[in-house]
Design a binder for this molecule. Structure first.
Ligand SMILES: [Zn+2]
Length: 210
C-alpha cells in the first residue's frame, strides 16, 4: 500500500506514514510535536517523478523508540566505554589523594602551635654529672602541639657557647640537629667510644615550664 508523504507542519521534516494513519495524530519523530497525518501526500512536495529527500518512516509503534543501528554491535559500542573507565578512575583517584594531602597539610601547618623554652645551664651546677666537653650553654625545648590529633612532640636542643645547636633527644636529631655526641665526653672501650649520659640535660628541657 502507498505511504503518505508530507511535511511536519511544526518543523518541516519530510515524513512518511502508512496510509492507514491518515487523519490520525502522531508525534513527529523530529520535533516530538503532535501532528495530524494528512489524507494524502502533498502534490507540491511529492510527485511521481520527484521523490522527497530521505524521509523518516514513522509507524506509530516506532515513534518513541530510536531505530537500531545495525552497523554498531553492542560490543563495538561498549569498547570506548571500557577504554575510558580506567582513565576516569585514575582521575578520581588523583583528585581524592590531592584532597587528602591538602587536608593533612592544613592539619599539620595551620593548627600547629610551637612553644620554645630556653634555659641556661652551667657545668658547675651538675658537678660530676656534667656530660659535655663545653662548660656551659642553653637547653632549648621546642614543643609542637597539633590540637586536632592531640599530638605533642618535644625537641630538646643544646646550644653551645659558639651558638651551634645540637640535638639532645632523638626527636631533635631526626629533625636535622647535630648529634650531641660531637661535644659529649667519651671513653674508649675495646676501641669503641662510650658516651656520657646526657639524659639529665634532656630532663632539664622536658621538665621546664613554659
Ligand atoms: Zn516535526
Amino acid at each position: 500500500m502507498p505511504d503518505i508523504h508530507f511535511d511536519c507542519p511544526m518543523c518541516n521534516q519530510s515524513l512518511e506514514a502508512p496510509e492507514e494513519l491518515a487523519n490520525q495524530l502522531i508525534d513527529c519523530p523530529t520535533c516530538k510535536k503532535t501532528i495530524e497525518v494528512p489524507t494524502r501526500s502533498r502534490p507540491a512536495k511529492v510527485g511521481p517523478e520527484a521523490p522527497p529527500p530521505p524521509p523518516i518512516v514513522a509507524p506509530p509503534h516506532l515513534l518513541c523508540t530510536p531505530p537500531p543501528l545495525p552497523h554498531q554491535s553492542p560490543h563495538v559500542r561498549r569498547s570506548p566505554m571500557t577504554a575510558r573507565k580506567p582513565v576516569v578512575v585514575a582521575i578520581l583517584g588523583a583528585a581524592a589523594i590531592g584532597i587528602l594531602v591538602l587536608l593533612v597539610m592544613a592539619l599539620l601547618s595551620s593548627h600547629t602551635s610551637t612553644v620554645e623554652v630556653k634555659i641556661p645551664v652551667k657545668a658547675e651546677e651538675f658537678g660530676d654529672q656534667w656530660p659535655l666537653t663545653v662548660s656551659s650553654g642553653y637547653i632549648i625545648k621546642y614543643e609542637r602541639y597539633i590540637p586536632n590529633v592531640s599530638f605533642k612532640s618535644y625537641s630538646v636542643i643544646f646550644e653551645a657557647p659558639d651558638g651551634i645547636r645540637y640535638g639532645l633527644n632523638g626527636h631533635a636529631q631526626s629533625q636535622g640537629y647535630r648529634n650531641i655526641h660531637a661535644i659529649t665526653k667519651s671513653r674508649l672501650v675495646f676501641g669503641d667510644p662510650i658516651y656520657e649520659d646526657v639524659s639529665e640535660l634532656v630532663n632539664v628541657g622536658l621538665n621546664s615550664k613554659d
